[in-house]
Design a protein around this ligand. Structure first.
Ligand code: HEM
Ligand code: HEM
Length: 210
């Protein structure tokens, strides 16, 4: 009996570099969110008496996150990441129709994913910049910039809202959660890919056709 797995045709979706970058960023983000919330919420910082320890963990994770992302960008498959970014920043006519709620064929990333990726990168840079000035301002008071803490807090709020939608689509929504296979094992069912990312599947097949 041919197994179901053998009958299902799969398409490679995310390379090792892409998965490593995603999970490195996600793990650091959760650690920074957890430690940041303990620092933010007065009730939690009194329960956890050692605020300074939590703050140090927040800062060490931030430094490790920045170094890890830079290392992946230097050592990983840069051509692939550059191609991802080119695709993400090109919002075409189909994307604009999709964003207006119409049916329109989508490429490797749909328009919502493109916006999610652009905001994730922008937020990461702003987190790092505002966090750096919070850190520097404590050491040298000339660098205390009004509103830096508010920027850091607002970024936390917006990222959590964005992440809630992302997690719902990645883990719960029945029609999209198959994507998790791509981000863990690296490939997805061709039928699923055709339903969600038709232009990507067509382009892949035209380049691999004999
Ligand atoms: C490179 C990245 C980051 C750096 C350098 C950084 C640095 C800092 C610093 C220096 C503080 C001040 C600690 C204090 O004295 O209270 C802080 C607080 C905080 N951070 Fe970060 N952070 C970074 C990323 C993040 C991320 C990704 C999140 C959330 C997902 C986050 C959430 C928070 C929160 C909620 C606070 C508490 C702010 C408050 O007390 O009003 N941080 N961070
Ligand atoms: C348990 C946590 C997470 C899960 C299960 C998850 C799952 C996924 C999956 C399945 C994809 C691929 C979607 C596709 O097929 O195109 C993806 C992409 C992505 N993820 Fe995550 N993710 C998690 C955490 C995060 C976090 C914390 C961030 C950023 C703060 C993040 C940012 C992104 C971005 C920017 C993409 C590419 C654009 C998109 O698909 O929206 N993810 N994630």
């Amino acid at each position: 009996m041919a197994s179901e797995a053998a009958a299902t045709r799969r398409l490679p979706r995310f390379s090792r570099t892409e998965r490593l970058l995603h999970w490195t960023h996600a793990s650091a983000f959760f650690a920074l969110l957890a430690t940041g919330l303990i620092l933010y919420l007065p009730s939690l910082s009194t329960v956890i008496a050692h605020r300074q320890i939590v703050k140090n963990v927040h800062l060490y994770v931030a430094a490790a996150w920045a170094l890890a992302v830079i290392a992946i960008l230097v050592v990983g498959d840069r051509r692939r990441l550059a191609a991802d970014w080119r695709e993400i920043e090109s919002i075409d006519r189909d994307d604009r129709r999709w964003l207006r709620g119409r049916h329109a064929p989508q490429g490797r990333f749909n328009a919502g994913q493109k916006l999610n990726a652009i905001l994730t990168v922008a937020f990461a840079l702003l987190f790092a910049l505002s966090g750096f000035f919070l850190w520097l301002g404590e050491r040298d008071h000339r660098f205390i910039l009004a509103g830096t803490g508010t920027v850091h807090d607002l970024l936390t709020l917006f990222s959590v809202l964005l992440l809630t939608g992302h997690l719902y689509l990645a883990l719960i929504h029945p029609s999209t959660r198959h994507a998790l296979r791509g981000m863990t094992l690296g490939d997805v069912d061709e039928d699923w890919a055709r339903r969600h990312h038709r232009k990507w599947v067509d382009a892949e097949q035209s380049t691999t056709a004999p």
